[in-house]
Each structure stands twice: as C-alpha cells, then as structure tokens.
Design a protein around this ligand. Structure first.
Ligand code: ADP
Ligand code: MG
Length: 615
C-alpha cells in the first residue's frame, strides 16, 4: 500500500494480525479469573443448566469449563475463535445488548491468542462431536470426536507465549482468590444453574441448581450454599420497586459482619459492579449496628432504566456511572435502613402493630410511584426511629407519675386515647436481667441494662445538642473539692455539663458547688453523680471519642439500671416504650445488642417442626 519512498518517510508500521490479537488479548484476559468469567458467561449464554469449572494451579496450567448448553456446529466451532465472531448480535437493535452485556465476539479469539485451547462441542441433533485445537492463535487441529452434548473449553498454559504477562501473574493463592470471587459472582446471579468448582482435584463448590418457584428463595438458598447456612439464615430479604429504581437481594444481619470487605455484591442491570459510593450507601446504613472497621454482607441487584446508567463495557472493568448518583445513594440508603429496621431489627410489638398506622400506608411504598420518577420523591416507608414514634403516636413526652418515683424517671404517654397502644402483652423479667415478651413474629428478649443505656444515651445526646437538659434542684447545695486536673476538666466541660442538666458553680481552682443535677438520675445518687460521671469520662479517654459522645456514653453507663434490679410491670413497659422511641433501638451505645429476637420459624426449626406437624 505504501511505496518505498513513503515508507522511508513514515514511522508508522501496520502490525501483523497475530501481534494485534495478542495486544488486544491483554484487554480481555488479564488473569486466569478473566478466562473463567468469559468461558462461564458463554456457557450461560448457551443455556447451560450445569457448569463445571476445573482448575490446575490456580488456572495457570488449566482452566476448563464444561457445560451442557446448546453446543456448536463444526463450522461454528472453527469460526468462534475469530475476532468479532459472535452469534449474539445480528442486527443494529442488538447494539443495545452490546452496551449492556458486552458481547463483542472477542473473548475466545483473545484467549486463543495467548494460550493453548482445546474446544470440544456437540449439539443434541448431531451424532458426533467436533474438536478444535488452537495454540497461540494458530489452528492446530479440527476434527470430529466423541463428546457429550454441550461444550467443553480447556485453556492450558495461559500466557505461555507472552512471558511478560505470565510473570505478571500473582501467587497461586491470589489468582485463586480472584477466581473464587468471579465464580461467586456468576453463581449468585444464576441460582437456577448448577455450578461446580474443582481445583487441583479438590471439589471446592458443588452448587445444586435451585428450582424454588420464588426468585428470593432461590437466591437465599444459593447464598447458603456458597457462604454457609448461617448466611442464608441471617440475611434479610429486600425487595423494593420504585418507578426509578428497583432493588432486590439480601442484607446480612449485623451478626454477619466481617473484618474484610470481600462479601459485598452489587449488580446493576444484572452486571456485577464495584461502586465505592453505593457500597458506602449500604455499609453506612449499618452504622452503630456493627463494630467500626467491619463490613456487612450483602447481595443486591439494582435495576433501573439503562438510560440512567452508563455501564462501561470494557471487558475487564465493571464500572458504572449514574446520571443521578446522589439520588440513587439516598434512595438506596433509605431502602436499606428500612429493610434493616422494619423487617427484622426493629421488632414489631404486638399491640403496636394495630395502631397508629393509617391503613394502606405501608403498602404504598412497595408500589411504583405514580407521582414522579425522580428518586427524591419515591414514596418510602417510614425510617426506623420515626416508625416507633408513629406507632406509638407520641409527639411529646409527658411524665407518668406511676413510674416517676422509681427507676425510670419518666414515661411516655400517647397524646390521644384512641391511639393508645393497649399494653396487654405479658412481660416477664428473667433473673432480674432480661425482659421477655411476645411479638408478632415470635419472642423478644431485652437486656434491661443495655436497653436503658441506649435510652439515656440518646437523651443525653439530645440534651447536649439542644442545651436543654432538665435539672433537678438540690435541697442542700453540695460543695465538692476536686484535684486540680479534675477541676480543669470540669471547667472545660462546663457548657456540656450544664446542657445535661447540671447546675454548677466553680470556685478557686478546686471547689465546685453543685446546686442541681440532671433530673433523670437514680434517687439517692445525686451526691456522687458528678464524681462518678467524671470517673467514667476519664475511663473512656483512651477511646478518643468526641467529648459529647464520651459524656453521653458516660451518663448512660452511670445511670442505666443495673442487671439484677427487679422491675415492676409498668417499669418494664416504660422501658420498652422508650426503647422503641430511640433512633437506634437495637444496640447499646457501645454496640452490644439490646434485644434478641427469636422468630416462630426459628423455634419451629429448633423443635423440628415442619409445616406438616406445626399445628
Ligand atoms: P461473544 O460471547 O461476545 O459472542 P465469544 O468470543 O465469547 O464472543 O464467543 C463467540 C461465539 O462462540 C459465541 O457468540 C457463541 O456463538 C459461540 N460460543 C462460545 N462459547 C460457547 C459455548 N460454551 N456454547 C455454545 N456456543 C458458544
Ligand atoms: Mg463471550
């Protein structure tokens, strides 16, 4: 095409096809896990019901994928290794599918350019199978052979002809980890397909096809088979449809938190993606539910109009961009918080379920919004703290004299009588530590100390925020002497202490006169309150908490009813009422659970009851 004169004047050379293929292969095939992904996706596209993945040395020597899908004709078996050979795009309309699923007819060509590949395939209608062998992109053999219906692709010695890339591979342990992640992603998104993973002759996974009619149940079972039965038991199903976004999947209960971030799976329009910001929306909803520095488990499938997402179909990247990221963040967060709050973690007290909720209110959330398709206006069910408030129809706290003189300083009364929950559920104090009560879905056990800590903690935070902690004046003001360091601390904390309800006067570098103390402390404790609080505050210093957080925790610690305190029924009821008014009722300020829920299903299961012998 170019004359010699032109060539002499040009730096540009046209690459030989084989080199071009090798370079292009770098895009698609980065490591053995990419081969697993491409081959398994092809098997799924071929309609396989069962797929077996066989590895040797973490895929460096062998990645083989065997399926029972539709198979190929001998012609297609030869053709499929050519670049841009695909049976999946026939018309321009199919271009949308390229955009969303990334069919480019490149995978097999790329893999074959950098490995020794043997393909065996047979369609049901053919009497014999066909075998094609390709090494470094060169056809080595193509002939009839005996093989089962379906396709087997064996990829040996990956990168044998690209030493730089071969040397670039990580340790077998790392490569294997990537393969397992890839395998988990594929298995999670196709529960109805059976998957087996064999590594160096050891069966790592054998996942039966899930045939339950309910997709949620199929996914739950697959989660259990992949990660262990506790994951299936301790995950909360999510299913939310709005006109803008639909979300389904499972959220791990807080107990399932892990040190590493590994077990978080996001799919957007059926593609697995990593998206830091959205992951944060989910993880952030677990704040205070799981210890800091740990990560929740989740598998979430998001669907939204492809016009609002830009899936970068670069084969190895799983990146998405949304046109309204903050909107999705907000909706997702609300959905997750609600699922955590409503479905399981905020138990629905029996009497409460019958009051305070206008009929139909809950249902409206699951129906697509007809008002608008902007994410901000999606009708959401009520967030956790708000829920209990509405259930109990409480706007303002009023004092309940019955409880006031006793352990719990104030109780909560609904404003109107029609909406008063009837507290006819039995309450039982177990060993003066736990409160047992029946809820709609089973049993609830509340830790009285942890629960009260939560209540006092939130109240203290509110007071610190507003500066309006109620004070109880002492009949005889107390004069206390402090060590200079402690005096300094009191001086520093004075505005906060006043906000909590302390009425203090400071004198002369050592002396503090206490005229009033917060009104919600145990009677008889007024004298030591300030000293005890200070001691607790100092004990918390190594935690390096913000001073308000420390103070609120200290107040809660100091004043909460202790285990071993006998409670009257009214006190128990007041405690439960107030607990469910909290923003985060289910954990103590330091992260201990305040309650444990035992569902009827769990009880039935433990007693070996099946639906047949349940009644
Ligand atoms: P793409 O999947 O983008 O079409 P590939 O290079 O992965 O490109 O595959 C090329 C073609 O080979 C596919 O379109 C399909 O027709 C055929 N093919 C590949 N793997 C299989 C398989 N396991 N079973 C049946 N056909 C397959
Ligand atoms: Mg493919």
């Amino acid at each position: 095409m170019t004359t010699e004169a032109e060539a002499a004047d040009s730096l540009i050379r046209i690459m030989p096809e084989s080199l071009a293929n090798k370079i292009a292969a770098g895009e698609v095939v980065q490591r053995p896990a990419s081969v697993v992904k491409e081959l398994v996706e092809n098997a799924l596209d071929a309609g396989a019901r069962t797929i077996t993945v066989i590895l040797k040395e973490a895929g460096k020597t062998l990645v083989q994928v065997i399926d029972d899908g539709c198979g190929m004709s001998p012609t297609d078996a030869r053709l499929c290794f050519q670049r841009h050979a695909t049976s999946k795009i026939r018309s321009l309309e199919d271009l949308e599918r390229i955009r969303t699923l990334g069919f480019r007819g490149e995978a097999l060509a790329s893999i074959a350019a950098v490995a020794r590949v043997e393909l065996k395939t047979k369609r049901t209608q053919d009497t014999a199978g066909y075998r094609v062998q390709i090494e470094g992109g060169q056809l080595v053999a193509a002939e009839p052979c005996a093989t089962a219906n379906g396709t087997s692709v064996a990829v040996r010695n990956l990168f044998y002809n690209v030493p730089a890339r071969r040397n670039f591979l990580k340790t077998p342990a790392t490569e294997f980890k990537h393969i397992v992640e890839t395998f988990q992603v594929l298995a999670l998104s196709h529960p109805e397909v059976g998957f087996t993973l064999i590594h160096d002759d050891v069966e790592i996974y054998h996942l039966a096809p899930e045939n339950d009619p309910s997709p949620t149940e199929r996914l739950r079972r697959r989660i259990g088979a992949l990660f262990g039965p506790e994951y299936a038991l301790q995950s909360i199903p999510v299913e939310e449809m709005t006109s803008y976004l639909s979300v389904r999947g499972f959220l791990g209960r807080p107990e399932l938190h892990r040190k590493s971030r590994g077990e978080q799976f996001f799919f957007v329009n059926r593609r697995y993606v990593r998206h830091r910001y959205l992951e944060h929306a989910v993880s952030g909803s677990y704040e205070h539910l799981i210890p800091e520095g740990t990560h929740p488990f989740f598998v979430l499938f998001l669907e939204l109009d492809p016009r609002h997402v830009d899936v970068n179909v670069h084969p190895t990247k799983a990146e998405v961009k949304f046109d309204d990221e903050r909107g999705i963040y907000g909706v997702l967060r609300a959905i997750v918080r609600r699922a955590l709050g409503m479905a399981n973690l905020i138990p629905q007290l029996e009497p409460a379920t019958t009051v305070g909720m206008p009929p139909g209110r809950e249902d409206s959330a699951t129906q697509p919004s007809s008002r608008s398709n902007r994410p901000g206006s999606v009708p959401l069910r009520i967030p956790p703290g708000e829920l209990s408030r509405r259930l109990y129809a409480v706007e303002a706290e009023t004092e309940s004299p019955a409880v006031q003189q006793t352990v719990l300083p104030s109780s909560v009364r609904p404003e109107t009588d029609e909406e008063t929950p009837e507290h006819h559920t039995l309450l039982w104090q177990v060993h003066d530590r736990y409160i047992l009560t029946q809820i709609r879905s089973g049993l609830l056990l509340i830790d009285q100390n942890a629960a009260h800590e939560r209540i006092l903690y939130e109240r203290a935070l509110r007071n610190l925020e507003s500066g309006f902690g109620l004070s109880q004046q002492l009949l005889f003001p107390q004069t206390l002497e402090f060590a200079p360091a402690d005096f300094k601390l009191i001086e520093e904390l004075l505005p906060e202490l006043r906000a909590l309800g302390f009425d203090l006067e400071l004198f002369s570098g050592r002396t503090v006169v206490v005229r009033g103390v917060p009104d919600d402390i145990r009677p008889g404790d007024e004298r030591t309150m300030l000293e005890d609080l200070l001691a607790q505050y100092k004990a918390n210093l190594p935690l390096r908490l913000p001073s308000r957080e420390n103070l609120a925790r200290s107040v809660a610690r100091r004043n909460a009813i202790r285990p071993g305190t006998r409670l009257t029924e009214e006190q128990m009821q007041a405690l439960i009422d107030q607990l469910f008014l909290c923003e985060t009722p289910y954990v103590s300020p330091t992260g201990r659970p305040t309650m444990i829920r035992l569902t009827l299903e769990e009880l039935d299961r433990r007693f070996g009851r099946t639906p047949a012998n349940r009644s």
